[in-house]
Write a protein that binds this ligand. Structure first.
Ligand SMILES: Cc1cc2nc3c(=O)[nH]c(=O)nc-3n(C[C@H](O)[C@H](O)[C@H](O)COP(=O)(O)OP(=O)(O)OC[C@H]3O[C@@H](n4cnc5c(N)ncnc54)[C@H](O)[C@@H]3O)c2cc1C
Length: 398
């Protein structure tokens, strides 16, 4: 079911985008909050696993949408795409929030006493209408509608009173689009940690209305009192990646953080060979591992044709593999699309010193889209949103 719903290739992503674009205007705006169920067509795009691994990227999604709709008509959709950009930029400037989430998750895993309640929630055995269905849908399909994610997280935190970090972990282990920024910060937002004091409360009426009456859960929490924690440190300056040396023989490393290297590195680099890493140890769940493994094979074929050099798959992102591959191809520099906060960025930071010892520089290149939007994610989404039209104009998209 997962593979047929989300075939992991760039062609499949482009085909889905083409089918979706005519509905990206008023149809999306009117229908996007309705979750008709996994087997019925809805108004949303279901592009998220493709966008998550950048088999297709935000620039081309927004460009194609704005080629068919004026900005006012497609504003809601464009804003949703930019929620992802906003979360990525926000976390990039506050990496400690990710580190704290991991610590909190591990602490709760080791000490949470109500193991049975946790298992009931994860296996869809709580008796709560809708919630149990979403738990099973998530495990079976690797996808949930945005509204279902919000209801699920709210019920998890405020009705079942389970730790938010274990809910976020459950999502990470099963979502195909599992993402350090979008997932962690959305769970924090529901819990009232992201916008301090502002929580999201799931109600029976809202669920019944937006599931076309499929579900009407009884006994939900009537209030959602915000969780509390130490205040988050102020935003740090966005780290600026060092520039690459265009004249140096290079090895191109592709990770699952950006699987469309053709859009990141033009023809100006002397690329001798390509490595596409699909390291299961840097992903959380079987579904995402399978998706990325297949997408990596697709990416290697595209990279070979585009860069005109050998492209190989690797299953472990470690220093020795990279050093050996660089030696074979005569590369003195490894270039890679920028890895945002998360396991890949951590792995690159760990292996960079060994590469340096071997005389190889590791250079990350950030996309123009990210460099343009991320610096504006310092505060809440509202001030960010206000800047969207001007930034799209600067990008030449409106
Ligand atoms: C608790 C919770 C956890 C989440 N975890 C993730 C996650 O791990 N990975 C992830 O990609 N999204 C996550 N989201 C955001 C959102 O639910 C999904 O991106 C969206 O449901 C994807 O479906 P779609 O492609 O049909 O969306 P569409 O409505 O068609 O939106 C188009 C694209 O915009 C982006 N987008 C839309 N809504 C959001 C949003 N609220 N936040 C961030 N990006 C958005 C996605 O890239 C999406 O593909 C989470 C939301 C919640 C409430």
């Amino acid at each position: 079911m997962v593979a047929s719903t989300f075939p992991p290739s760039r062609d499949a992503a482009l085909a889905r985008l083409v089918r979706f674009v005519p509905g990206a205007g008023r149809r999306y705006e009117a229908g996007r909050n309705t979750d008709a169920g996994p087997d019925l067509p809805g108004a949303v795009s279901r592009l998220s696993p493709f966008v998550r691994y950048r088999l297709i990227d935000e620039t081309e999604v927004v460009a194609q949408v704005l080629a068919q709709h004026d900005f006012q008509a497609a504003e809601k959709f464009v804003q949703e795409v930019l929620w992802r950009t906003y979360w990525k930029g926000w976390l990039e400037m506050r990496p400690s929030v990710w580190a704290h989430f991991l610590e909190e998750r591990d602490r709760q895993r080791d000490s949470f006493p109500a193991a049975r309640a946790l298992t009931a929630a994860e296996t869809g055995c709580t008796g709560i209408d809708g919630f149990d269905d979403w738990a099973r849908e998530l495990v079976e399909t690797g996808y949930l509608h945005n509204h279902a994610r919000m209801w699920f997280a709210s019920i998890w935190i405020f009705t079942l009173r389970l730790p938010w970090s274990l809910g976020a972990d459950f999502f990470l282990r099963h979502l195909l689009d599992a993402d350090a920024a979008s997932n962690t910060l959305s769970w924090r937002w529901v819990a009232g940690l992201q916008t301090p004091g502002k929580t999201y409360l799931a109600t029976e009426d809202n669920i019944a209305r937006h599931t076309n009456g499929r579900f009407a859960p009884k006994g939900l929490a009537r209030e959602a009192i915000a969780l509390t924690q130490e205040p988050v440190a102020a935003a740090q300056t966005l780290p600026e990646p060092a520039p690459h040396d265009p004249g140096r023989p290079s090895l191109l490393l592709v990770t699952h953080e950006d699987m469309h290297p053709e859009a990141v590195f033009g023809g100006s680099l002397d690329i001798r060979s390509v490595l596409v890493a699909a390291d299961p140890g840097l992903l959380w769940g079987d579904g995402a591992q399978h998706f990325v493994g297949t997408a990596a094979a697709d990416t290697a074929i595209r990279a070979r044709a585009h860069f005109g050099c050998p492209a190989h798959l690797i299953e472990r992102l470690d220093a020795q593999t990279l050093i050996d591959a660089a030696a074979v191809s005569g590369a003195r520099q490894i270039v890679t699309p920028y890895a945002p906060v998360g396991p890949v960025a951590d792995a690159l930071a760990r292996l960079a010193p060994s590469l340096a010892t071997a005389g190889i520089t590791l250079v990350q290149k950030r996309r123009a889209w990210d460099s343009r939007f991320w610096p504006h994610a310092k505060k809440g989404f509202f001030p960010f949103k206000e800047k969207i039209p001007a930034l799209l104009r600067e990008s030449g998209l409106i």
